[in-house]
Each structure stands twice: as C-alpha cells, then as structure tokens.
Design a binder for this molecule. Sequence first.
Ligand SMILES: [Zn+2]
Ligand SMILES: [Zn+2]
Length: 120
Amino acid sequence: MSNISNNTLKVDTFTCAWCGLTVSTFAADGTRRNHCPSCLHSQHVSDHVKGGPSQCHGRMTPIAIAVLRTADWMLIHRCVRCDELTSNPVCADDNQLMLMRMAVRPLAQPPFPLEALGSL
Ligand SMILES: [Zn+2]
Ligand SMILES: [Zn+2]
C-alpha cells in the first residue's frame, strides 16, 4: 500500500517552542526525541498521567537532570501551563553544555551554607 510507504519515508519534524529550531523527531541513533537538542525545551503534547495525547501544548522547560540506576541521564521537564512534570532520556546529540549546567546547578546554589558540612 502506498500509504504505508509514505508514512515510513516521511521525516517527522517539530519546531522548538523556545528557540524555533526545526527538530527531527528521531535522533541520529534512531531514538525518539521529544525535546530540542539545542535548548532542551519541549512541548506538552502527550499526557503522561492518563496516557495518550495532551490538549495542553504548553511549553516545557528543562528543570533538572535525574540519574537512573542504570546511570542513564533523564531530563526532567515542567510544563509552564499546567505544571506537569515529565522525564525523558537524554539523547546523544543533546547540548552537553546545557546538560552539565543543569546537572551542577544545585551544587552551585546549595540551600544551606557549605561550611555546615564541615561540622557533620
Ligand atoms: Zn530549542
Ligand atoms: Zn501542560
């Protein structure tokens, strides 16, 4: 069927809601990506609580890095519209400087004086 071959050949892209970059839905290694490799912003298009597509379409800001037991990095996004949090695997071609900045941010801004650690 011609429909099927059309779908496979179709290059899926989305426009980054933050920096306007045209992003391929699939990374170079074939993994599906939902965020911009340059500024790491995403868009709220799938409902992670109920499953399926979301009607929100709000911009999702990258707020943190989480490290899994497998040592894989996950990127945590928060929707600016509805505050939903999502986590997605980091892609190989993601902006590494942005990732590192996010990973060290809590260390650079501790919520307590670092001198307190010396007295523990
Ligand atoms: Zn972007
Ligand atoms: Zn949302």
